[in-house]
Design a protein around this ligand. Structure first.
Ligand code: NAD
Length: 254
């Protein structure tokens, strides 16, 4: 390995940092078979994100039925996905005491299944659904069965009749307060932030990168394509997260 090898340089940053955090996006899960939103084959190549705003969902039965048709189609890929070497490498970094927490925009639960124990979910979790009226919750699996086996088009609450929605944050919906506050606190206190598989265009999650930088943290970006923040990164690791992260782990001193 030479002094200019990006993986070796990134490993030196990780080894020198006393407080490293990760920020992950949909790109860390594409190798698990869960499509991202903004790649050429991503979800937004087939659907219009404006249609899936929270305001639309709340206001119009037709929008709720359309959302659930989409959700019914998307959910099995998430349910059946397994963590890939990228998720596993982050869990291994945590076990070695080299990673404090994972802040994720993902809703697939794959970090937890890989063994990461401190995961801050900024956009909720798709494995549960809840009533917007009374808050009653169901495993998402159960709601999927109502749709697939009983022909339900727009799931509603058996307690209050309110609309059900996956426990995820839609465009226009308020971010979870405690998680958002902790994420920005972690960014401000970190010495190194590794952002993986995120287009870094969804806010406020994306602003964790400049927030960490402003507080003096180093920045490593792992992505198969450029992002708007490449210019402020100390190291850009171009490639597939499932290859880059295990390579980074392997390059660290034992
Ligand atoms: P995004 O779709 O906007 O961007 C994904 C980024 O990852 C792109 O820059 C792409 O080039 C990169 N990428 C894709 N596969 C990669 C790989 N194997 N290795 C390295 N880079 C890879 O995703 P985002 O920034 O997370 O924002 C989209 C929003 O969509 C998030 O808020 C998230 O909640 C949600 N989302 C989540 C999932 C999931 O939970 N798996 C899936 C789709 C969307």
């Amino acid at each position: 390995m030479t002094g200019t090898d990006p993986i070796a340089a990134a490993a030196r940053l990780v080894a020198a940092s006393r407080r490293t955090i990760a920020l992950t996006g949909a790109g860390i899960s594409t190798e698990s078979g869960v499509p991202d939103f903004r790649s050429p084959t991503g979800v937004w190549s087939k659907y219009d994100p404006a249609e899936f705003s929270y305001q639309n969902f709340v206001a119009r039965a037709e929008a709720r039925r359309k959302y659930w048709r989409w959700s019914r189609e998307m959910y099995p890929a998430m349910r059946d996905a397994a963590p890939n070497p990228g998720h596993l490498a982050l869990a291994a970094l945590e076990r070695r005491g080299l990673l404090r927490c994972v802040i994720t925009q993902n809703i697939d639960g794959l970090h937890q299944r890989a063994g990461s124990t401190d995961v801050i979910e900024l956009h909720g979790n798709a494995l549960r659904a809840g009533c917007l009226g009374c808050g009653k919750e169901w495993p998402r699996d159960e709601v999927q069965r109502w749709m697939e086996e009983d022909g339900v088009l727009e799931p509603t609450c058996d307690a209050c009749g309110g609309p059900l929605k996956p426990r995820t944050i839609s465009f226009g919906q308020a971010m979870p307060e405690a998680e958002t506050r902790r994420a920005f606190m972690e960014a401000a206190a970190s010495e190194l932030l590794i952002a993986i598989g995120s287009s870094l265009v969804v806010f406020p999650a994306a602003s964790l990168v400049p927030a960490a930088k402003q507080h003096g943290a180093g920045i490593i970006l792992v992505n198969r394509t450029p992002t708007d923040y490449d210019g402020i990164a100390d190291q850009v690791l171009r490639g597939e997260a499932g290859a880059v992260l295990p390579a980074l782990l392997a390059a660290l001193p034992a």
